[in-house]
Design a protein. Structure first.
Length: 229
């Protein structure tokens, strides 16, 4: 996966998974949704396409979802946890921040992420296709003063990149995640902070501290190298 976000290739992977899913449903003799099944695919549909695990219940669910879809939306997510109004405001602020400093990254996220799920602990390395798993702590500022919107934007970049890598691998017909996803996700977070610090009227100490920590992590992962650009 490239370091630079790419909406077109992300969309192409989703279209490949959609074709795989529709073909598999047809071959299994199951009722499938129409070809215009909305993208990005629902996580259950993407997982079924990757693992070829098809059931009549899934086919009926996808058919219903396709009929009730109301077209494209600004940010195609399912807020599957009990998000409070303040949480939703933070989420909207993070999306606006990404739109302002890195619209290409936001475009790739829109082509890849179909669901955002909150956890009460940091996410594990396991990533379901299309699901960005976010630690609920990201919805609050850090004691050092890093804003919640910035923390959530970073989490969306990190988790969205992992979703992107998983979809890319699945579109090629394999089922295991690539180890290269993690350094790409970390490098993109470094680039996010570079953009944030460049866009601000003055360097924010909390952002500078987080940026430095991420660069150190990336340098250790790369054996002493860093990421700029």
């Amino acid at each position: 996966m490239d370091l630079d976000p790419d909406h077109s290739s992300a969309r192409a992977d989703q279209e490949t998974l959609r074709r795989v899913l529709l073909n598999a449903l047809e071959q299994a003799g199951l009722p499938g949704p129409p070809p215009e099944l909305p993208l990005p695919l629902h996580p259950a549909a993407a997982q079924a396409a990757r693992e070829r695990t098809l059931t009549r219940e899934l086919a009926q669910h996808l058919n219903t979802a396709a009929r009730t879809a109301d077209g494209l939306v600004e940010w195609p997510v399912e807020l599957s946890d009990s998000w409070q109004p303040a949480d939703r405001a933070t989420f909207a602020s993070a999306v606006r921040l990404l739109a302002a400093v890195w619209p290409q990254m936001l475009d790739e996220l829109r082509a890849t992420v179909s669901q955002v799920t909150l956890l009460g602990a940091p996410p594990t390395d396991a990533t379901a296709l299309g699901v960005a798993v976010i630690d609920r702590q990201c919805l609050a500022a850090t004691p050092a003063g890093l804003p919640a919107s910035v923390r959530l934007a970073e989490a969306l970049v990190h988790e969205g990149t992992r979703c992107r890598g998983a979809a890319e691998v699945a579109a090629r017909g394999t089922t295991t995640a690539e180890p290269s996803d993690r350094p790409v996700a970390l490098a993109r977070c470094v680039l996010l902070y570079e953009r944030l610090l460049s866009a601000g009227p003055a360097a924010e100490p909390a952002m500078e501290e987080r940026y430095g920590r991420l660069r150190a992590e990336l340098g250790a992962m790369a054996g002493g190298g860093g990421a700029r650009g």
